[in-house]
Design a protein around this ligand. Structure first.
Ligand code: GCU
Length: 360
């Protein structure tokens, strides 16, 4: 047993490969059922359920720039409208596709600002990718709004298991994808979802829930994202109960404040929703609040599911990563950037490298 495996054993995680009734998960068919159990559990205990209403999605292109980035790309601004029998909401996003590419791969970027991919659009485009970018607060506000802004209007809030903001943003990303698949030439088999920090948590949820994303990327997502809660350092569930982040989760989640050991899941369950599709976890060495060690351990923990299904999961040298390490061989990509909490150019370069290596 190597040091990583020993540390995992000490954390006493709930088992991915056992059904709730204790039966073993053996086949790919079993995994489908187990994945459903996990999805249900995470909605009920952590993120909340998305609405069970019927809805329609319509997009209107409100602006087209034929020569974005000095003529390299075409950018469309889309106003996306979602209607249910009881409510409606709309938000804008941009889709920018490189010229001369018949079916470009695309990154759906959950952004902290209205600026495309938070200002790194040109580098992503030069990497050969299209970009769909949304300013997350256009989907619903990131502050107490009585759930009256944007997507929050689609279901009545309860204190237990109605969706939190992370689930709303993730659901919004899927509605963007509805439109992108129908109205653009982006390659449907090569669409990734990516986010940093709270939006890294969101990306994990969006990619986990929606199997149309062939790659899910989280950067420095920390607590409620990739990092295991059991024996985590930095941020704990009690901290997430703070004013800034309380609304991100369902009410039930906070029953586990200070009782992380009693969680019926840990964050490797969230990662497991993506199996067998590709997953990329990026960490930073001095991101103490997020806890890069616990992010890495989640990858190591979920690897067994990939392997059981016949895919290489996390391929690593059997020891904890050092600054600058990149593990790109398996269906779980990982890197540890030197530095603090941030989505850097270096992160993007490594993530694009991984996507090029694993096209589907
Ligand atoms: C806070 C929060 C984190 C979150 C981060 C962010 O630090 O505690 O959980 O990831 O904000 O989204 O910027």
């Amino acid at each position: 047993m190597n040091l990583v495996e020993r540390e995992l054993e000490m954390r006493r995680l709930p088992q991915l490969m056992l059904f709730q009734d204790g039966g073993p998960v053996k086949t790919a068919e079993d995994w489908k059922h187990r994945r459903e159990e996990i999805r249900e559990l995470l909605c009920r205990e952590c993120f909340g359920f998305p609405p069970r209403l019927s809805y329609e999605v319509r997009g209107q292109v409100v602006n087209t720039q034929e020569d974005a980035y000095g003529g390299k790309a075409v950018r469309q601004t889309v106003e996306l409208e979602i209607r249910s029998p009881y409510s409606h909401a709309s938000f804008p996003f941009t889709v920018t596709l490189p010229k001369g590419e018949a079916r470009p791969p695309l990154f759906l970027c959950l952004a902290f600002t209205p600026s495309e991919a938070d200002g790194l659009g040109e580098e992503i485009l030069d990497g050969g990718f299209g970009i769909a970018s949304v300013y997350y607060q256009d989907m619903t506000a990131d502050y107490y709004d009585s759930h009256m802004s944007g997507l929050g209007r689609f279901c009545t809030r309860n204190q237990f298991d109605s969706w939190g903001k992370l689930a709303m943003w993730a659901w919004g990303a899927s509605r963007m994808l509805d439109w992108i698949l129908e109205h653009t030439c982006a390659d449907a088999d090569r669409i990734a979802v990516i986010g940093h920090s709270r939006l890294g948590k969101t990306a994990l949820l969006a990619g986990g829930m929606d199997e149309r994303f062939s790659l899910t990327v989280s950067n420095d997502s920390g607590g409620g994202g990739a990092a295991l809660f059991r024996q985590k350092t930095g941020e704990h569930i009690c901290d997430l109960y703070g004013k800034g982040s309380r609304l991100w989760f369902a009410g039930n989640f906070f029953r586990y404040c200070g009782r992380e050991e009693e969680l019926p899941f840990d964050q490797h369950f969230l990662l497991a929703l993506t199996v067998p599709r590709h997953l990329y976890i990026a960490s930073a060495s001095r991101d103490d609040w997020a806890d890069p060690v616990s992010e890495f351990l989640s990858c190591a923990a979920v690897s067994e599911v990939y392997e059981a299904l016949g895919f290489p999961g996390l391929v690593y040298p059997g020891a904890f990563p050092k600054e600058g390490d990149c593990f790109h061989e398996g269906r779980i990509g990982y890197h540890l950037r030197k530095g603090t909490h941030y989505l850097s150019r270096w992160d993007w370069q490594k993530i694009m490298e991984y996507r090029r290596m694993h096209q589907v």
